[in-house]
Design a protein around this ligand. Structure first.
Ligand code: RUB
Length: 308
């Protein structure tokens, strides 16, 4: 699939979820590099870099996409032949995808330690990392119940309910506004991440911050399941995370309200670090305040001081 096709599918939400869009973008760049069989390095670079720009602009909030794409270009600036450049892009993309899949398995294992028999675990939207934790705990023989929010307007909760039901995990779906009502009965909240800022703030599906507030009020631990490539080096520059806004038609059907009614459809929100008990990553379960160290150590200066 061409990078333009992948970008279009990301924009239309056919490919979604922060980790998946990053993996698919890396694969698209690899395929773009492989598709050019010539020996003109300048031409190859310009093709792959054009695809990079198209992919990065397809969804603005998830830093995983930006980090994944940066990873693909690691070590390429100094290369002098098209063959070396192509090989490096292919190697980096494969490595990124493998690393991201392995991270998910480790997060599953570490996170499963936080689930006990008899627990009620609430999740929001559809996060493969949060589901990996529940899947691993269930595979280890722990018996618990899951609750998932509908996650309007795209209703990714339907995907989550299906994913969990397929694993045999008892799951109850609730509408988003029922979160506070059920929270007193929950033992744990697990959510995914699109971006984690250098101060530990979490950017995730709209409504996550309300879930966190309700969890805090009911003294229910709120944990984030996130690969280290969800941490944002850009926030170290003081850059704000751009919150994507999508079309009004995702919220109201055409003609349902008069044209003078404005519809505001933000896709993500920010949960401050003080509402987050822990972030479950592939390098360990860490406090949100360790976000800065994760960015510097795991993603490194190469990412932080890249001008692109
Ligand atoms: C998905 C969403 C998920 C995160 C993490 O939003 O907010 O919680 O992306 O997912 P959308 P994962 O449906 O708008 O992409 O753990 O799978 O990376």
């Amino acid at each position: 699939m061409s990078a333009d096709d992948v970008a279009e599918r990301i924009r239309s939400m056919e490919i979604r979820g922060a980790a998946e869009i990053a993996r698919r973008a890396a694969i698209a760049l690899k395929e773009e590099a492989e598709a050019y069989q010539g020996s003109d390095l300048k031409e190859l670079r310009s093709r792959v870099e054009r695809s990079r720009d198209v992919l990065i602009s397809s969804r603005p909030t998830a830093i995983s996409l930006w980090n994944g794409v940066q990873y693909v270009f690691k070590g390429t600036p100094d290369l002098t032949s098209a063959d070396d450049y192509r090989n490096m892009v292919v190697k980096n993309a494969d490595h990124f995808v493998k690393r991201s899949r392995n991270a998910l398995k480790t997060i599953g294992k570490l996170g499963a330690n936080r689930i006990k028999d008899g627990d009620k675990v609430l999740t929001h939207c559809n996060s493969k990392a949060a589901i990996a934790v529940m899947a691993e705990a269930w595979a280890q023989g722990k018996r618990f119940e899951a609750f998932c929010t509908e996650s309007r307007p795209w209703r990714q909760g339907v995907l989550t309910a299906n994913d969990l039901a397929k694993l045999g995990i008892p799951v109850t779906m609730i509408i988003d506004s029922a979160v506070r009502y059920v929270m007193k009965d929950m033992d744990l909240v697990l959510v995914g991440a699109d971006t984690i800022a250098s101060n530990g703030a979490l950017i995730n599906k709209i409504g996550t911050s309300q879930v966190a507030l309700a969890a805090d009020e009911a003294r229910v631990p709120f944990m984030v399941c996130a690969e280290t490539f969800k941490f944002s080096p850009r926030t170290i520059y003081g850059e704000m995370v751009k919150i994507e806004e999508r079309d009004a038609t995702e919220v109201v059907k055409p003609g349902e309200v008069p044209p003078e009614v404005k519809v505001f459809n933000p896709v993500f929100d920010a949960t401050p670090p003080e509402y987050i008990d822990a972030i479950i990553t592939e390098i360990g379960v860490i406090p949100p305040y360790a976000a800065y160290q994760v960015i510097v150590k795991e993603l490194g200066y190469e990412f932080m001081f890249n001008e692109d």
